[in-house]
Design a protein around this ligand. Structure first.
Ligand SMILES: Nc1ncnc2c1ncn2[C@@H]1O[C@H](COP(=O)(O)OP(=O)(O)OP(=O)(O)O)[C@@H](O)[C@H]1O
Ligand SMILES: [Mg+2]
Length: 218
C-alpha cells in the first residue's frame, strides 16, 4: 500500500504522517515513511547538492536532480518495500513536482509528466491525502514557527513575503487542477481543522479504502 501526503508548506503533512505511523504501528502494520530527496546513498548525495546550492540551480536542473533522486528511491527502496508487503508513506511525491515545478515555476506540464513517469517507473499511489490549506494560513503558520508576528492586512506581508504568497497561490491552484484530473486517487481534507480531527479523518480514509486488510480495523 502506497500512501502519499501532499499540500503546500505548512499544511501539516509531517504532523499527520507522524500520527499515522504511530497508529499503523500500533495496529502491527509494517510501515516505512520516506521523504524526498534522499533515502539511498546516491540520493543523499543529490540531496546535499540541492541543499548546498545556495539557490544557484536552474528550475530545470532542480527538476532533474529531484527526479534522479526519486528514481533511486523508487527502484531501490519503494518498489522492494511494496513488493515485500510493507505500507509505504511518502511525505510528498510526484504531485509536488507537478504543483511546484509545473504550476509554481511554470515548467511545461507535458515535459514534467514524461519525466515523472520515467523517475517513478510508473508507480502510482493507492491514495493521496491532500491537506488543503489556503496560502495565507500556511504562511501564517510558517511565520509563527519562526516567531515572526505578521499582520496580513498590513503592508508587512507585501514587503516580506509577497512573492512567497503569489507562488503559494499558484502551487495551491496547481494542486486543485491535479486533483480534478485524478479524482479517484485523491482525498482532500480541510487542513484548518485541529490536527487530531484531521488524523481521525485520515484513519477513516485508510479503513474505508482498505477494508479487507486484516490488520486495519478500528
Ligand atoms: N491542524 C493543524 N492546525 C494548526 N497547526 C498545525 C496543524 N497541523 C500542523 N500544525 C502546525 O503547523 C506547522 C507546520 O506543520 P507541519 O510541519 O506538519 O507541515 P508540513 O506540511 O509538513 O510543512 P512542510 O511542507 O514545510 O514540511 C507546525 O508548526 C505544526 O505544529
Ligand atoms: Mg513537513
Amino acid at each position: 500500500m502506497l500512501i502519499t501526503f501532499e499540500g503546500i508548506d505548512g499544511a501539516g503533512k509531517s504532523t499527520q504522517i507522524t500520527k499515522l505511523i504511530g497508529w499503523l504501528e500500533r495496529k502491527g502494520v509494517e510501515t516505512i515513511s520516506l521523504r524526498e530527496p534522499g533515502g539511498t546513498d546516491a540520493a543523499e548525495k543529490i540531496r546535499r547538492i540541492l541543499l548546498d546550492s545556495g539557490g544557484k540551480i536552474t528550475p530545470v536542473g532542480e527538476l532533474l536532480l529531484f527526479s534522479a533522486s526519486r528514481a533511486e528511491l523508487v527502484q531501490q527502496v519503494i518498489i522492494p518495500a511494496l513488493e515485500s508487503g510493507k505500507t509505504v508513506i511518502l511525505d510528498r511525491f510526484y504531485d509536488s513536482t507537478t504543483a511546484y515545478q509545473g504550476y509554481g515555476r511554470g515548467l511545461d506540464l507535458d515535459m514534467l509528466r514524461s519525466i515523472i513517469t520515467i523517475s517513478t517507473c510508473g508507480i502510482v499511489p493507492d491514495v493521496t491525502v491532500f491537506l488543503d490549506l489556503d496560502p495565507e494560513t500556511a504562511l501564517r503558520r510558517k511565520f509563527s514557527e519562526k516567531s515572526i508576528p505578521i499582520a496580513f492586512d498590513s503592508d508587512e506581508l507585501d514587503r516580506m513575503e509577497r512573492s512567497g504568497l503569489e507562488f503559494y497561490r499558484k502551487v495551491h491552484q496547481g494542486y486543485l487542477e491535479t486533483i480534478k484530473q485524478n479524482e479517484s486517487r485523491f482525498v482532500t481534507i480541510d487542513a484548518k481543522e485541529p490536527a487530531d480531527i484531521i488524523h481521525n479523518k485520515v484513519k477513516e480514509i485508510i479503513m474505508h479504502r482498505f477494508p479487507f486488510s486484516p490488520v486495519i480495523e478500528q
